[in-house]
Structures are given as C-alpha cells and as structure tokens.
Design a protein around this ligand. Structure first.
Ligand code: F0G
Length: 472
C-alpha cells in the first residue's frame, strides 16, 4: 500500500514522526507522508510525537485542568472538543485546520447493577457512544480527517462494519472531502447504514465480509488522491488515545486497576494502550492499568492466539508472535466486531501484554445478557460494547479481577445503533448459529435472563391497572 515514501524530514513543520513498530526495522517517515504501513518492511506504523520524560507532565496536567472541557459559545476547538483539548500530545501544530463535531467529553457512569452482576463492589462505564455519531470512532476521525485535509487528500475511504463508516461520512462531510465506504452487504445494522447515507457518503456494498472489504481498501490506498481512514492509519489512533487522558481527568488522576475494551480490528485497544503509556512516560501515572480486550467467541482470533501463548510469549510484549491465524468465517450477532483478521492485532497484543492484561472471548449468550444488564443500569449500549461487561464478569470468576478492584469498561457504541438486536432479545427471537452446519438446522433462540417483552393490553383502565399489578 505505500505511496512514494521518503525518510523523515527533521525540519517538518509538524511535530513528530511516523515510526515502524517493528523494532528491528524502526524506519521513520515524516508526518506528511501518506503511508499506512512501513515502506521498508510492511509492518504497521505508529506516531511518535516526542512524548518523553523531559516533557513537564505536571505542567501539562495543570494546563488541561485550567482549560474548560466545553466552554459555552466558544468556537475554539481546544475548548469544545475532547480531542483537541489535548493538542499538546497530538502530532498537529496549533494552527492546523482542526476538524471537529464536538467529539469526546463523554460520560463516565457508575453502573451498580452491572457491578453486582459481575461480582464487583463497583464498576464504571466510559460511554463512547455519547460521541456525535454515536460511537468511539469520532475521536480518531477528528484527527484523521484533519490530517487528510493537511495532506491534500480529496477522498477518504474505509472498510467498515458500520460505525467507522458513519463516523467517516460525517467527518469527511465536515472537512469538505468525499467519503467512500466499503461495507459487507447485509451485515451492517440499518441505523449505521442510514447514518452514512444521510451524511452523503458513497456507500459501496460488496458480497463478502469485513475482512474482504479491508483487503480492498488496502489496495485502493495506493491511489494518490485517496486517504485511508481505517485504524491502520496512525492518526486515527492518535485521536482515539485521548480517551485515556479524559478517563484520568475524570478519575481525578486516581488510576483504575483495569480498563476493559471490546476487540474487533484492534484499533481501540491499541489507542488506549498508547494513551496510558504516554501518561506513564510523562510521570502522570505510576504504572499502567491492566488493559484487557474481549472478543466474541465466533470472531476471536486474538483471544485464541493469546490463549496459546507460552510463558515467553506472555512476557511484557518483547517476544510477539510473527503471525495471527485469521478466523476465516467470523460469526457473531455483535456485527460491529464480526472480524476475523484484525489489522492492528500486533500493536494491540503488545500493549495488552505490556500492561499485564488479558485477551479473552465471551459467548453470544453472555454478550446478550450483559447488554440487557447495562440497559437495566439506565445506560444501554450496542451489542459489541457489552462484551466488556460479559468479559469483566468472566475475569472476576476466573480470579483475574478482584471484587474491590477499580474497573472501567469502555462502551463503544450507543444502544440505538442496533435496535433490532434489542427487540429480538426482549421478545425472545434472538437466535444464533456459530457455523454453517448449525445454521442449516432450526436456529435455537438464545433465551435471555433479562427479557422484557412488550405485552398486549386491552384499551381500558382496568386492564392497564391489572398489568401494572402483575408487574409488581
Ligand atoms: N465496538 C464497536 C461498537 C465497534 O464499532 C467496533 C469496531 C469495535 C467495538 C471494535 O473496535 O476495531 O478498534 O477493535 N468497529 C469497526 C467499524 C470495525 O468498522 O465500525 P476495534
């Protein structure tokens, strides 16, 4: 996919370089190079924006504290956006053409019912579904579209299970760029598809799954006018890493023991890990929170790899495996994470191992019940996000998380991203087949411990009152 790369230009107007993550290569490239993998060895890249121990972390923290999270009436991106608020740690100059839709500044909820369900004294849920297009993608897209404008791109493209598409469509429109989106036909929730259409993107549906879309995007990325907006793009990761900073400000700099995220293409875990690592380098935290990634059982290539790591592989990320065996035909009702060949698996695994976290999978049943429990906490989320609470429950049962630990699960998408799933869960028709053999027979409904089906009632006061009594 590389275009015409050149080595890093130290006199570049922007701060930082793009660096190959392969330590035996370590090639660097200027920030304006429109490349997504290393031109020398083909490995993925990350951005080094000069975060080192010489930077005065405490001064930075005080500066952020004095900057209002959202100043009413302000038009300054640093005072309205939860991404641009942290510009000092981002690879952009202060006069960059910032693209923003008021992303970030999302709530950190207490979730007492979910905590009890997991066997914890307390659980907090960081809800990235409160972003402008309803998912966590918006923080990264603000950075990626700003970079797309700087680099002179005309068209931004992505492969997507739906949320990246909706986010790209919105941010590209705001940036004055064309957006082209590759979707697996029939596998994206109608809410997400509707958003992309409404924001004016060119939506291209292909016969095939997300992984096939991703391969095509990598081929198209060679075109000079095209800008790839998937999380293989390291600027996406830069925007998304700000969630770590926001979490720490919301926790008053009291470090949680565990951060738990869903895993699909593995950009989110990579980004959170990078954010916390930078805070560690700056001396703003003393150690890393354990970062754990949860996949759906039928789409869990990284959990499978993690389970098979030997003692050496389980170290602090120094001995990463060379390759990941993809899941050929991934299956899950959590369509956002129906991914068999995650593009950022190496960066994600390295950050998980460095933190001492886990990569595990949870069943469809566990996801569905966890999602309903998050609903009972008056919070709600889309199915992929609920892997976190299901995963926390499993990690508590396995003794990896303790009852009194400080745990934050990151919810990635809003409940209304997939209303069809919710209705089917509550009316008892949600069903799933793990493979083609199972799918050929009659599908078994998943059941569901917290079902809450609508009831028909006669249109009169007496029947309504008797329904209320029965409910109590
Ligand atoms: N949760 C939601 C709601 C998602 O949409 C995604 C990914 C993930 C979790 C997984 O995050 O890929 O960074 O590990 N959605 C992508 C998309 C693939 O196209 O919208 P990840």
């Amino acid at each position: 996919m590389p275009g015409s790369p050149a080595p890093a230009d130290k006199s570049t107007a922007q701060p930082g370089v793009q660096r190959c993550i392969n330590s035996s290569c370590g090639a660097t490239f200027g920030l304006r190079e429109r490349i997504y993998v290393c031109a020398r060895c083909g490995e993925t890249l990350e951005i080094d924006c000069g975060v080192n121990a010489r930077v005065d972390g405490r001064a930075l923290r005080d500066q952020w504290a004095s900057r209002p999270a959202r100043r009413a009436g302000s038009k300054a991106p640093r005072e309205t956006s939860g991404v641009w608020r942290y510009l000092e740690l981002l690879p952009f100059e202060p006069d960059a053409p910032f693209i923003t839709l008021f992303e970030g500044n999302t709530p950190l909820f207490d979730a007492p019912r979910s905590a009890e369900y997991c066997g914890l004294r307390a659980l907090r849920l960081k809800h990235q579904g409160y972003n402008p297009t309803g998912s966590f993608k918006d923080t990264g897209m603000a950075a990626a579209m700003t970079q797309a404008v700087i680099s002179g791109a005309r068209t931004a493209v992505c492969a997507s299970t739906g949320n990246t598409a909706a986010s790209l469509a919105a941010y590209a429109a705001r940036a004055g760029l064309r957006a082209a989106i590759l979707l697996p036909r029939g596998q994206v929730s109608s809410s997400k598809l509707a958003q992309s259409l409404d924001y004016g993107a060119l939506v291209l549906e292909i016969e095939g799954n997300f992984d096939a879309c991703m391969r095509l995007v990598q081929q198209i990325g060679d075109e000079p006018s095209v800008y790839v907006a998937n999380s293989i793009n390291p600027f996406r990761v830069e925007g998304q890493k700000t969630v770590a900073f926001e979490i720490m400000e919301q926790c008053n700099w009291c470090l949680p023991d565990h951060i738990v995220v869903p895993g699909g293409n593995m950009g989110n875990s990579t980004a959170l890990g990078k954010g916390f690592q930078e805070l560690l380098v700056l001396g703003l935290i003393d150690c890393l929170p354990k970062l754990s990634v949860i996949q759906a059982e039928g789409a869990a290539p990284l959990a499978r790899l993690f389970a098979n790591l030997d003692g050496k592989g389980r170290g602090r990320g120094e001995h990463l495996p060379e390759k990941l065996d993809p899941v050929e035909n991934p299956q899950t009702l959590a369509s956002a994470i129906k991914i068999g060949a995650p593009i950022s698996w190496k960066k994600s695994l390295s950050t998980v191992l460095r933190s001492g976290g886990q990569v595990i999978s949870v069943s469809e049943h566990e996801i569905a019940d966890a999602k309903a429990m998050i609903g009972r906490d008056s919070i709600g989320c889309e199915p992929a996000s609920a892997t976190t609470v299901a995963g926390v429950r499993k990690l508590v049962a396995a003794g990896q998380i303790h009852r009194d630990d400080g745990v934050i699960a990151v919810l990635t998408g809003h409940a209304l991203k997939d209303p069809d799933y919710m209705i089917r869960y509550h009316d008892g028709t949600l069903s799933f087949a793990l493979d083609a053999k199972e799918a050929s027979g009659p599908l078994r409904p998943l059941g569901g411990a917290f079902r809450n089906a609508p009831r028909r009632v006669a249109a009169n006061k007496a029947d309504i009152l008797s329904s209320l009594e029965r409910r109590q």
